[in-house]
Design a binder for this molecule. Structure first.
Ligand SMILES: Cc1ncc(COP(=O)(O)O)c(C=O)c1O
Length: 424
């Protein structure tokens, strides 16, 4: 059996169909610096885990995002799980989340059955959490807000932080889409209490296909996350003892200094996991971070071409313009069909698909997934997110893996599809 015999079953792969412009073969392109970085690590004879490259990647990331701490992990999902743990949620607490994101942003909350999750509706242009809706939902029991910068467009952080701070709620930014973006001169991931990043193959940079990062300013959190990603438990060290806990067994002290924990954090005690980013992945991260501006520049160039094409159909479709005080990281590209009398969104998706442009809709409103329905969430809870996903939104491929020819083709095919789908 060769690799060609293995069926392609990735999330966006349709083995029966060849797309001229595929949605997601490769989010980030890899060149000679990445390949050299990885082969150098492999041939160095040094450790392949927990060495100098992880430290270097974390230090470069801290400098880039502008947070005192950046701890790498094996995925964005693990980063979010650790972030939610740091919130210290208690029974009866409420957490407000966005429904318009990948499920990993809110999935960790399923581990807290006694915490109430409220889905906050989104703006219909950026698909980010709507501050007006947040204002209505937040209350004395709200202990945290988890939002995403949808597609790379930074959320309305000034308003959101003001509302959250007025209620003493912590804010987690899922910044998985927005590496390379800017909000009022600052980097997403440094705008709230905790930032979470993904370096999955599709993202703006990748660390050998999987990886993540957690960013924040709190030194205590840094110690705890470091323990948790290294398979220890979340409890505090106490001063060195010569016996171990209640066992009274003598410890060979010089070998095991300080291996005793206080129990005052027992309510939060959590076992750790192995979420350590390997050295080859970290070395690739260093090279990719150095290439970020170029990679995001390419995404932005493709988005500009798509906008230009869509402007030829003003009135028929809407596309959200980039405000002057932000930089959109263009992890995704979305536009909207608002008037079904003139253009049917599903017909347009069909025309694009027929012509070989792959357009999966990102993302299905999370409150309607079975795991959230079984906790009482229902259609009607987030009318804007629902209306947009079911009737208005179109996502187009926008990643540096597309060649110039594919970008030209996509613009032509988009215009052709719009003409074919338009209701005269
Ligand atoms: C918004 C968002 N958050 C979190 C994740 C999870 O990241 P990972 O795939 O690295 O676990 C993803 C996607 O992969 C994402 O798009």
């Amino acid at each position: 059996m060769t690799i060609a015999d293995i069926p392609k079953l990735g999330a966006f792969r349709r083995p029966d169909k060849h797309y001229l412009v595929p949605y997601l073969p490769l989010g980030s392109t890899v060149g000679a610096p990445e390949i050299t970085a990885v082969t150098d690590v492999m041939s160095s004879g040094e450790t392949l885990s927990g060495g100098a490259w992880r430290e270097r990647f974390e230090s470069d990331f801290r400098a880039y995002v502008g947070t005192p701490y950046a701890l790498s992990t094996t995925s964005g999902t693990v980063s979010l799980e650790l972030a939610v743990h740091l919130l210290g949620l208690r029974p009866g607490d409420e957490v407000i989340v966005t429904p318009q994101t990948y499920q990993a942003s809110v999935q960790p909350l399923l581990q807290y059955p006694d915490v109430t999750v409220k889905f906050c509706d989104v703006r219909n242009d950026t698909l980010n959490m709507d501050p007006r809706c947040l204002e209505r939902l937040i209350g004395p029991r709200t202990s945290a807000v988890i939002l995403v910068h949808y597609g790379g467009h930074p959320a309305d952080m000034d308003e959101i932080m003001d509302i959250a701070r007025a209620h003493d709620a912590l804010v987690v930014e899922d910044a998985a889409h927005t590496l390379g973006g800017l909000y009022h001169g600052r980097r997403p991931g440094s705008l709230a209490d905790i930032g979470c990043f993904s370096f999955h193959s599709s993202k703006n940079i990748t660390t050998l296909g999987e990886g993540g990062m957690v960013t924040f300013a709190d030194e205590g959190w840094a110690e705890r996350v470091d323990r948790l990603r290294g398979n220890e438990v979340d409890a505090r060290f106490v001063a060195q003892r010569h016996t171990f806990g209640d066992s009274k067994e003598p410890l060979p002290g010089a070998l095991y200094p300080g291996r005793a924990y206080t129990h005052d954090l027992v309510a939060l005690l959590r076992h750790g996991t192995n979420a350590t980013l390997g050295e080859a992945a970290a070395a690739m991260g260093v090279a990719q971070l150095a290439a970020l501006e170029r990679l995001v520049g390419r995404r932005r160039m493709i988005a500009a071409r798509l906008r230009e094409t869509l402007h030829g159909f003003d009135g028929l479709v809407e596309v959200c313009e980039e405000p002057s005080d932000i930089v959109h990281a263009q992890h995704l590209f979305a536009f909207f069909v608002r008037d079904p009398e003139r253009l049917n969104r599903n017909r347009l998706l069909h025309e694009l698909d027929e012509r070989g442009v792959q357009t999966p809709l990102r993302y299905f409103p999370l409150h309607l997934l079975p795991e959230w329905r079984s906790r009482g969430h229902r259609y009607g809870e987030c009318p804007t997110a629902e209306q947009v996903w079911f009737h208005e939104q179109v996502n187009l491929p926008c990643h540096p893996g597309l060649s110039d020819r594919q970008v030209d083709m996509m613009c032509d095919l988009l215009a052709e599809s719009l003409r074919a789908a338009r209701i005269r």
